[in-house]
Ligand binder design. Structure first.
Ligand SMILES: Nc1ncnc2c1ncn2[C@@H]1O[C@H](COP(=O)(O)OP(=O)(O)OP(=O)(O)O)[C@@H](O)[C@H]1O
Ligand SMILES: [Mg+2]
Length: 268
């Protein structure tokens, strides 16, 4: 797609990332990533375990810096974290020392909390947590904790929502209802989303583009543009277009997984 930098909300420009571990061994997580993300776009990122997906999101969140290249947000190079680029982590991430309400209100300054109480109630209600507002996360289920994390991130209306396998640890039914919630949030806000997932059906259902990464070091090997109409609903999962795209991705991902195992075999 011929998107120029100026049309894009987020730009990854020749981005590579190499980590040095505690034994001074170098691990290259990402290599030469070029990605232009349009405002309002929903992008899913798929790839074998360890290929650099979380690293990609952490770079966009400003929690890590690229070793080469740059990540640009609203035409400025990202140099650190900002609430405008909200990250929901791979593991359950409600703050255990705060109640549900306090978690949701976390990004709002204390002085402003009173004037935002309607907004806080709205997000507690949207995520089905009103009843549990005064509870601590330890009494919540995994899905409820992920809803707390989503509400806490969404309440500040981020321009960019970074989701790192947010529903990975949930059972299928809870996952379904979380996907519905995400569809609704994506419809109702003009937020741009980068979603890392291992679930190909989830990627196809939710996104405008699916980016496929190679085994480590992660490189973009394929970009699938979704032919599915918007707004997205779960009914689309029964359509032939859905099946076609799903099958195509399964096949390509299978090739990548095969490559990952042969790489491991070579280095073992
Ligand atoms: N802080 C770090 N220090 C050293 N190596 C790291 C660090 N963070 C990530 N890595 C390495 O970078 C590579 C990519 O890690 P990353 O967490 O981005 O993978 P991933 O695609 O998210 O994997 P998964 O699907 O299992 O979550 C891995 O080999 C990992 O060990
Ligand atoms: Mg990860």
């Amino acid at each position: 797609m011929g998107l120029s930098r100026n049309d894009s909300l987020v730009v990854f420009e020749k981005v590579s990332k190499t980590f040095v571990d505690l034994k001074f061994r170098k691990v290259q997580a990402l290599q030469d990533i070029n990605l232009y993300v349009k405002s309002g776009e929903f992008i899913a990122v798929l790839g074998p375990s360890g290929c650099g997906k979380s690293t990609l999101l952490r770079l966009a969140a400003g929690l890590d810096e690229p070793t080469a290249g740059r990540v640009v947000y609203q035409n400025e190079v990202i140099t650190g974290p900002s609430p405008d680029r909200g990250l929901v982590f791979q593991a359950y991430n409600a703050f255990p020392w705060l109640t549900v309400r306090e978690n949701v209100a976390f990004g709002i300054s204390q002085d402003a909390e009173e004037s935002h109480s309607d907004e806080i109630s709205k997000w507690l209600s949207v995520t089905g947590l009103s009843e549990f507002a005064d509870c601590y996360p330890k009494v919540l289920s995994g899905g409820m904790r992920q809803r707390v994390a989503l509400a806490r991130t969404m309440i500040v209306k981020p321009g960019l929502l970074l989701l790192d396998e947010p529903f990975g640890a949930l059972d299928e039914l809870t996952r379904d209802s979380m996907q519905r919630l995400l569809l609704q949030l994506a419809r109702d806000s003009d937020c741009t989303v980068l979603l890392v997932t291992h679930d190909i059906r989830e990627a196809v259902l939710l996104s405008d583009r699916v980016i496929l990464l190679s085994p480590r070091p992660g490189q973009i090997v394929e970009v699938f543009n979704s032919p599915l109409p918007k707004p997205r609903t779960r009914h689309l999962m029964k359509s032939p277009e859905f099946d076609r795209l799903h099958e195509c991705i399964v096949e390509r991902l299978g090739d990548q997984a095969g490559n990952a195992f042969s790489t491991e075999a070579r280095t073992a």
